[in-house]
Design a protein. Structure first.
Length: 339
């Protein structure tokens, strides 16, 4: 189903049931949501020397892990977290729009995509939208510290009514906020990991110490205006598999030692695009933490607050693929037997 977006995504169908109520479950409590910034939204929250206006959006599932087909129960909260002698704010629409998404790699290349379309939004935010709850038409005034809650239930079906695939699902929501004495509004929202739909057969649990290396040869590197050919060695050191996630630890080095004439920040901030495949099923690999050490550039995917989908317990082969490192594009892959 395709649609246009106003703030987030407007999709007409609504399978999730929404009722205005206090939450009946309070754990697990997710981490602080990321702030969503999307082109075309109203301006940022107004701030002054004494007053700061802010409305926090949060989604708390009744539990972290669900089995396929199980009803997913969540509580959506809106909290007026403004500071100082702030006026009440008017929030709308209510209930707010909620999208359940799969995080993928973000791309600034929007090609010929029209701004405001679903495809454009997915490209710039790195989100594959699975299901969206259409917004309501109400609005409400919230004083500082006041919280508004909605109970939600999802049947794990996508926009076409099909059961969604196992894996981690994130939520995204954006609402409009207006100061009571003003006609100007700003957009605010949240984006965070929500819950895991587990494989019916369970997930694999093991740690694989690998030290597999792949060399990218004769890559052109501009050092102080001079282009030099360098070799880059990608070494997949370890893969950790658990019931909740998959994690990769990789080290990037170069036998040509170009770093003596090349600022380290240019390497540690290098954009990396990668993915992993499980028995030919492709999984996105967003983000990744990195640091420069004596061994090289250490890169970690799926650690900390970054959750990559776990591997089914009956999987046979895992493939880790690097498709871009800096300005260099290629296909550098690692085959990891699981049996």
């Amino acid at each position: 189903m395709k649609g246009s977006i106003t703030g987030l995504i407007l999709v007409s169908s609504l399978i999730l049931s929404v009722s205005c109520a206090s939450p009946t479950t309070t754990n697990p409590t997710p981490s602080t949501p990321d702030t969503i910034t999307v082109p075309g939204l109203p301006g940022q929250p107004p701030t002054g020397r004494e007053n700061v206006y802010s409305v926090e959006v949060g989604l708390i599932p009744s539990k972290t892990v669900y089995m396929p087909g199980e009803q997913v129960q969540m509580t959506l909260t809106l909290t007026n977290a403004s500071q100082g002698e702030a006026e009440p704010v008017i929030v709308s629409p209510l209930p707010p729009e909620i999208s359940l998404v799969i995080p993928n790699s973000r791309s600034d290349d929007t090609g010929n995509l029209e701004a405001g379309t679903r495809e454009y939004y997915e490209r710039i935010t790195g989100s594959e939208i699975v299901k969206t709850l259409a917004p309501g038409t109400d609005e409400r005034k919230l004083v500082v510290g006041e919280k508004l809650s909605y109970d939600l239930t999802w049947d794990q079906k996508d926009e076409e009514g099909n059961q969604v695939a196992p894996g981690w699902y994130f939520y995204e929501s954006i609402i409009n906020v207006r100061i009571e004495s003003s006609n100007d509004s700003f957009g605010t929202g949240g984006r965070d990991r929500a819950f895991l739909i587990q494989y019916p057969q369970g997930a694999m649990e093991k740690t694989l110490e690998l030290d597999q290396s792949v060399t990218a040869s004769n890559l052109p590197l501009d050092v102080d205006g001079e282009v030099k050919p360098v070799d880059i060695v990608f070494t997949l050191k370890r893969v950790e598999l658990s019931q909740e996630r998959t994690s990769f630890f990789m080290v990037v080095t170069s036998p040509d030692d170009p770093l003596s004439n090349y600022e380290r920040d240019n390497w540690t901030n290098t954009r990396t695009e990668a993915r992993y495949e499980v028995d030919s099923v492709i999984k996105g690999l967003p983000g990744g933490n990195r640091q420069f050490t004596d061994e090289g550039i250490e890169m970690r995917f799926g650690y900390g607050e970054s959750y990559l989908d776990p591997i089914p317990s009956d999987a046979r082969e895992l493939t880790f693929v690097i498709t871009q490192f800096g300005d260099w594009r290629g296909t550098w892959e690692f085959k990891v037997p699981l049996r």
